[in-house]
Design a protein around this ligand. Structure first.
Ligand SMILES: C[S@@+](CC[C@H](N)C(=O)[O-])C[C@H]1O[C@@H](n2cnc3c(N)ncnc32)[C@H](O)[C@@H]1O
Length: 351
């Protein structure tokens, strides 16, 4: 093993990977992380990852990926975890650790990747704000910045309910806004995504990696992801532009139907931009809204300041995501707050 690796740092990273409230609901991941932090091979794998991805979740996703690719031991354990059928989490964690110790390259060879997500729950938030922004528009274009696999470009394809039902595509959202969810959504003329590293659900490797990054014990998320994959071919087509937001927004604007309002949206993307890029991106979109038939929806952490919009300290403390919106020819305003995965949504009080 390379003596320069900082195993103590890796141990701390495994130890603090889950929030205390996760231990009970994720018994398998809790047991696994508890064993990884005491094993030199597992510590060496994490310590050897480039610093910006030195996250235990990368190792955990690489393990699930190996299972999805057909590893006999990992395949059976992870399938049982996803199905809620893992009876002995501690024993399963021991078996996973044995695979790591015997064949560390099975995991090590995948650690060049970056953890990647695309959360459909955020479509519940996009639907609500789009309804309000488009009250007088029968059709809109959408441009999603940071589109990942483009799932939320089809935000209008998901049923949203307060209580779950048998449909795996249903998004459960405790929406306490005055928005009428029964009112029709506008037609979407063009759907354009922008991302420097877009993923394609039709590509086996991209699809498996996205699934591997969903925690196995989050059964509902896996069921929804599988249902999205199955439904995507029959959903409306989207155009994806590879590149950073500021490089591709002009190109995206030339592709849209100029007769209808364009809604630009970004959900949990700003963290990936440097502070300068965040500021330039926000100012660029704000200027487009001020002068054109362009609206904006931004769903981001309260840690990321949007020019001209004050952060609500109480929302920051309770970990809410901040929903900012701008109507065409208007400045952005704080619209409301939501759960990071869209499980609840509140509208700021308007007088
Ligand atoms: C946490 S994911 C969120 C994906 C999606 N918006 C969602 O809510 O599920 C962040 C995405 O932003 C993308 N991204 C990173 N830098 C970007 C940039 N400069 N411009 C546009 N997208 C970027 C990443 O590649 C990744 O797909």
């Amino acid at each position: 093993m390379n003596d320069d690796l900082d195993l103590d740092d890796a141990r701390k990273r495994y130890h603090f990977a889950l929030a205390p409230e996760d231990y009970e609901r994720l018994p398998f991941y809790s047991a696994l992380l508890g064993q990884l932090e005491h094993d030199d091979v597992a510590l060496g794998l994490l310590a050897g990852v480039r610093v910006e991805q030195r996250n235990p979740m990368l190792v955990l996703a690489a393990l699930q990926l190996a299972g999805l690719k057909g590893h006999p031991v990992l395949g059976a354990i992870y399938a049982a975890a996803r199905g809620g059928e893992l009876e002995e989490p501690e024993g399963a964690a021991r078996d996973v650790l044995a695979v790591i110790r015997e064949t560390p390259d099975v995991i090590g060879d995948e650690l060049w990747r970056s953890t990647q997500t695309n959360e459909p729950g955020r479509s519940a938030v996009i639907q609500a704000v789009v309804r309000e922004l488009s009250v007088t528009s029968a059709a809109i274009n959408v441009i999603e910045v940071g589109t990942s696999a483009g799932i939320n470009l089809c935000f209008d394809q998901f049923p949203v309910r307060k209580i779950d039902d048998a449909n795996p595509l249903t998004l459960v959202c405790d929406d306490v806004t005055p928005i009428d969810r029964k009112s029709p959504l506008p037609d979407v003329a063009m759907r354009i995504g922008i991302d420097p590293y877009p993923l394609d659900l039709a590509n086996d490797d991209d699809r498996m990696w996205l699934k591997a990054c969903i925690w196995p014990e989050q059964r509902r998320r896996h069921e929804r992801f599988d249902a999205v994959v199955a439904s995507r071919p029959s959903w409306p087509k989207a155009t994806v532009l590879t590149g950073r937001a500021l490089e591709r927004l002009d190109d995206a604007m030339t592709l849209v139907d100029s007769n209808v309002m364009t809604v630009i949206f970004n959900t949990w993307v700003a963290f990936y931009l440097s502070p300068e890029e965040q500021r330039d991106y926000f100012n660029d979109v704000i200027a487009r809204c001020a002068n054109n038939n362009v609206a904006w929806i931004s769903v981001e952490s309260t840690l990321i300041p949007v020019p001209g919009v004050e952060v609500d300290e109480a929302a920051h403390v309770r970990g809410a995501s901040q929903v900012v919106a701008a109507a065409p020819r208007s400045a952005p305003v704080l619209w409301g707050w939501c759960h990071a995965h869209g499980r609840w949504l509140e509208r700021v009080t308007t007088s």
